[in-house]
Write a protein that binds this ligand. Structure first.
Ligand SMILES: [Cu+2]
Length: 383
């Protein structure tokens, strides 16, 4: 073996440890972040607080057990370590089958686990409680974006449909009915509650409450294919009166085009986009209840421009600071969606490249931006 090979293999042997050390350091430092929008240890609503109230005592008990057990192991290792003048053939006293010890280490864990079990079951029941005035929102997972439906008139039909941003009134409990159109996803807003799976053909109930107005960030937490990592969502909690205003505007059909380019955009939309996207008020549009198992359909765009984020929350429609619309990114999305987000439109998952010309893209963007005067929430983002 040449000297170089020896050297490089020695370096290679050393490197895993420096790598592990580095990863450990990064993890520890990341744990110190103050801007951690997905931090489940910063509860901001009654459900998240209920879970926190269970986590703390359980963590405390676990910490005491850890210290006692590890401490005992270290102490015993030290106390009974082999010494130079030990007889190498001597066997330690055998305690196997020692009845008192066996009973002891069976009973003690049971005594510790019993109260934890009681607290856990009580917490589970508490999380199933619903307030009388809870607002029901249907949550539907799609590859790779979340849809939210509101039945405001209470006639069994969704009259408001949004994507990626779930707008709710702050301080009121939201009663969620969670399902999926294609594969299993998982809905998780860490600062508001634990996670719950979205399973096709089933409806899982769950609830969230946001104490204060603001953004609460989330992320699909069940691996659901290609763009699983790009499947994010936000809860936008508004002050109750602003929420009522939001409801009234969302109930309106999309505004009629005001300019020639918006009108051309609308025309194009009816021809090229309405097979997958709904804009309430247009004649040609997919049936909102028509959901084949492989979704195929795209988000409802009736009031698209009232949302701050699109495409599973990976793009901001408005600059977070200036609230200026980011037109270029939206144009890029229409020019070649698959280049902007990994999708598989050939298999009915995601948006295909429709081969639009630049003037067509301009008209479509003009039309899409005419669906609202600006984003709903202009307050702090908590991110
Ligand atoms: Cu998912």
């Amino acid at each position: 073996m040449s000297l170089r090979r020896v050297e490089s293999s020695a370096r290679r042997r050393r490197s895993p440890w420096s790598l592990i050390g580095l990863v450990g350091l990064v993890l520890i430092l990341a744990g110190c972040a103050s801007n951690a929008p997905l931090d489940t240890f910063q509860p901001e609503g009654q459900e998240a607080q209920t879970i926190m109230d269970l986590v703390l005592p359980v963590f405390l008990v676990a910490a005491v057990v850890f210290v006692v057990v590890e401490g005992a192991i270290v102490f015993i290792l030290w106390k009974f370590r082999s010494r130079k003048d030990d007889d190498p053939d001597e066997v330690p006293t055998q305690v196997h089958g020692n009845t008192r010890l066996e009973i002891g280490w069976t009973v003690l864990p049971a005594v510790i686990l019993a109260p934890i079990a009681v607290l856990t079951v009580l917490t589970i029941f508490e999380l199933e409680q619903r307030d009388d005035d809870a607002l029901r929102v249907e949550v539907i997972g799609n590859q790779w974006w979340w849809e939210f439906r509101y039945d405001i008139e209470g006639n069994g039909e969704a009259d408001i449909i949004t994507a990626t941003e779930m707008v709710v009134p702050a301080g009121r409990q939201i009663d969620l009915a969670i399902t999926s159109n294609d594969v299993i996803h998982s809905f998780w807003i860490p600062r508001l509650n634990g996670k719950r799976d979205a399973v096709p053909g089933r409806t899982h109930t769950w609830s969230i409450t946001a104490d204060e107005p603001g953004y609460y960030w989330g992320q699909c937490t069940e691996f659901c294919g290609l763009s699983h990592a790009e499947m994010r969502m936000r809860v936008v909690a508004l002050p109750p009166d602003e929420y009522e205003e939001w409801v009234q505007t969302q109930l309106q059909p999309a505004p009629a085009p005001q300019t020639a380019s918006q009108a051309r955009g609308q025309e194009l939309f009816s021809q090229q986009c309405a097979s997958c996207h709904r804009i309430d008020g247009l004649e040609a549009q997919p049936d909102p209840d028509d959901h084949p198992l492989v979704a195929g359909v795209g988000p409802d765009l009736t009031h698209f421009a009232s949302r701050r984020a699109y495409a599973g929350g990976i793009f901001e429609l408005y600059d977070p600071d200036t609230l200026q619309v980011r037109r270029g990114q939206l144009e890029a999305w229409l020019r070649d969606p698959v280049a902007e987000k990994p999708m598989a439109p050939d298999e009915g998952r995601g948006m295909p490249n429709l081969g639009l010309t630049e003037p067509q893209i301009d008209d479509l963007v003009d039309y899409l931006l005419s669906t609202a005067d600006g984003p709903v929430w202009t307050g702090p983002r908590n991110d």
